[in-house]
Unconditional design. Sequence first.
Length: 141
Amino acid sequence: MSGYVWRLVVDKWPTENGEPFASQGFEYWETVVNAFRLGESIPDWLPADFGDWVTPTAAEVENDVFAVAIPDRVGYSIEWSDAPDYVTGYGGDGEHLMNVPHTNGRRRFSKHPVANRLADLLAWGCEAHIERAPIGEWETA
């Protein structure tokens, strides 16, 4: 163990409203994904590997024996969770649209997972950095 606690801090989100990707809502991401699939313009700050974050369509999965209907990249799930489950009447899983990188504010005892998440956020146009403190000496504001 390194003797440090690590955390990820996002200084600026590239979204129009400055909010995290996970706060943009299903409708926003649905518009972006539809434009991406049609080859239309999408926000400039999205990464070159944006397609790896999007859930494959049924046709894409059907045409690839090894494909599964989940994105290649791990992150916060964007899905339409308001869709009712018509069997039980309660909210169902709905349509999974894509994953987006996020930060959950957790502190880690290893730098590796924090650095991986930082790399994703930087690729998506965020301004972010990693902070560390000796174990037991973290101060809160």
